[in-house]
Design a protein around this ligand. Structure first.
Ligand SMILES: [Zn+2]
Length: 370
C-alpha cells in the first residue's frame, strides 16, 4: 500500500506542469453560468465538458454525458471496481461573470501564469480543482496502480446558480460510498459544511389608496362610514427585517461547530419585492404605483444552518419565531406571514462526516492536518 502511494506521489511530482496546463486550458474556455449572463460566446460549458470528456477517455474512463439544461451537459467518467470502496471526485465547471472588465489587470480568460499562479476566472473556483481530479487519476494510471474500488470523476454544470447540475446527477446517476469535492479550501480538508435552504416570507397588509394614509397617522374625529386605515405591508416588512436581524444574531451566537466558522448560521435577505395585489407568480402584481398602500411584500432569504442541525428542527424554530413576531401585532395575528421553504427547489443538506471516518483520517494524514 505504502509503495503504491509513493509511486503515485512520484507521478504527481513529475507531472506538475500537467495540472497547470490543464487548468489554463479550462480557464481559456469561458463558461460563465448563463443564469447570470446570457451571452453565447461566454456560455461555453459544453466546450469545457468536451475537453474534459476527452481527457477522461484518454485516461481509460467509461464516460457519460447528458444535458441538464439545453446545451449545458454534465460529464462523468468511471473506472470499474467494487462498490464497497467506491469514490467520487467532483467539481463544477461553470464560473461567475467577470463583472467590471476594466478592473482586471489580466485577461480573465487568458489563463496567464505569473508569480507562480494561474490567473483568470475559475482558476481557483474551480477549474483548478477539476484539473487536479483529472491529474490525480492520470497519476494513478501512470503509476500502474490498480484500484480495488470504483473511481468516478463528476464534472457538473450550474453550481454557481444553485447546484442543479450536481442535483440532477444525484437523482439520475449511480453514486458511490464516498465523495471528495475539489472546491477551493486553501488546501484544508473540510469534512463538515452547513446546509442551506432558500425561503420566501410573504407579508400581507391591507390595500388602500395613499390618499387615505393620513387616517393611519392622524386618527380622524369622524371616521364612521369613512374608509378604514390601510395596513402597509412594506412597513410591516421593515419591522420584520429588524426582528429577523436579532433572531439571526441569536442563532449565530447559539450554534457552533468546531469545523466551520463561528457565526455561519446566517439568514440573508437577498431579494425583496413590495407592491399591491398578489400576482400569479407569488410576488406583488403591481410594483409601479407608489400611490397604493402596499398589501404584499415578499422577502427571499438565504437561510444557512449548521452541519449537525436537523432541517426539520431548523424549520420549526424559524416558524415559531415568525409566529411569535406576528402574535405581537393585532393585524399580523389575524393575517400571519406565509413561509415557503426550498424556494426554486433550492435545498442543500448539510454534511458532517465524522473526523474518525477512514476517508477523513486518510485525507487529514496526507494533507498533514494531523
Ligand atoms: Zn465553486
Amino acid at each position: 500500500m505504502t509503495s503504491a502511494i509513493e509511486k503515485i506521489w512520484a507521478e504527481i511530482d513529475k507531472n506538475q506542469d500537467e495540472v497547470v496546463e490543464l487548468t489554463r486550458e479550462l480557464v481559456k474556455i469561458p463558461s460563465v453560468n448563463p443564469k447570470f449572463q446570457a451571452e453565447q460566446g461566454l456560455n461555453r460549458e459544453a466546450d469545457v465538458q468536451t475537453l474534459i470528456q476527452g481527457q477522461l477517455k484518454d485516461a481509460g474512463f467509461k464516460t457519460d454525458r447528458w444535458d441538464v439544461f439545453e446545451n449545458r451537459p454534465n460529464v462523468t467518467g468511471e473506472w470499474d471496481g467494487s462498490d464497497e470502496k467506491s469514490l467520487i471526485l467532483c467539481g463544477h465547471i461553470d464560473v461567475v461573470p467577470v463583472g467590471d472588465a476594466s478592473a482586471w489587470d489580466r485577461d480573465p480568460f487568458g489563463g496567464q501564469v505569473d508569480k507562480g499562479r494561474v490567473w483568470g476566472r475559475g482558476a481557483v473556483d474551480m477549474k483548478g480543482g477539476v484539473a487536479a481530479c483529472l491529474a490525480a487519476a492520470n497519476a494513478i494510471r501512470r503509476a500502474g496502480v490498480e484500484l480495488d474500488g470504483r473511481l468516478a470523476i463528476h464534472s457538473v454544470v450550474d453550481e454557481e446558480a444553485g447546484g442543479f447540475g450536481a442535483m440532477d446527477l444525484v437523482k439520475t446517476r449511480p453514486l458511490a460510498k464516498r465523495a471528495i469535492v475539489a472546491e477551493p479550501t486553501w488546501g484544508a480538508v473540510v469534512p463538515a459544511e452547513g446546509g442551506l435552504s432558500w425561503v420566501r416570507v410573504t407579508i400581507f397588509g391591507k390595500q388602500a389608496h395613499a390618499g387615505w394614509r393620513f387616517n393611519s397617522i392622524w386618527p380622524q374625529p369622524h371616521t364612521e362610514g369613512r374608509i378604514e386605515p390601510g395596513v402597509n405591508a412594506i412597513e410591516l416588512a421593515n419591522r420584520f427585517l429588524n426582528a429577523l436581524r436579532d433572531f439571526e444574531a441569536s442563532r449565530c451566537r447559539d450554534n457552533w461547530h468546531p469545523l466551520v466558522p463561528a457565526g455561519l448560521a446566517t439568514i440573508n435577505p437577498g431579494v425583496i419585492r413590495g407592491g399591491a395585489g398578489m400576482g400569479e407568480d407569488g410576488n406583488p402584481a403591481i410594483m409601479t404605483n407608489a400611490a397604493i398602500i402596499s398589501d404584499v411584500v415578499t422577502i427571499d432569504l438565504d437561510y444557512k444552518f449548521m452541519p449537525d442541525e436537523d432541517f426539520e428542527d431548523v424549520k420549526a424554530e424559524f416558524e415559531a419565531f415568525v409566529a411569535n413576531f406576528a402574535a405581537m401585532d393585532p393585524w399580523m395575528r389575524e393575517n400571519p406571514p406565509k413561509i415557503l421553504w426550498d424556494l426554486f427547489d433550492l435545498n442543500f443538506p448539510p454534511m458532517n462526516t465524522p473526523i474518525d471516518h477512514p476517508l477523513t483520517q486518510s485525507l487529514f494524514e496526507r494533507a498533514g492536518q494531523i
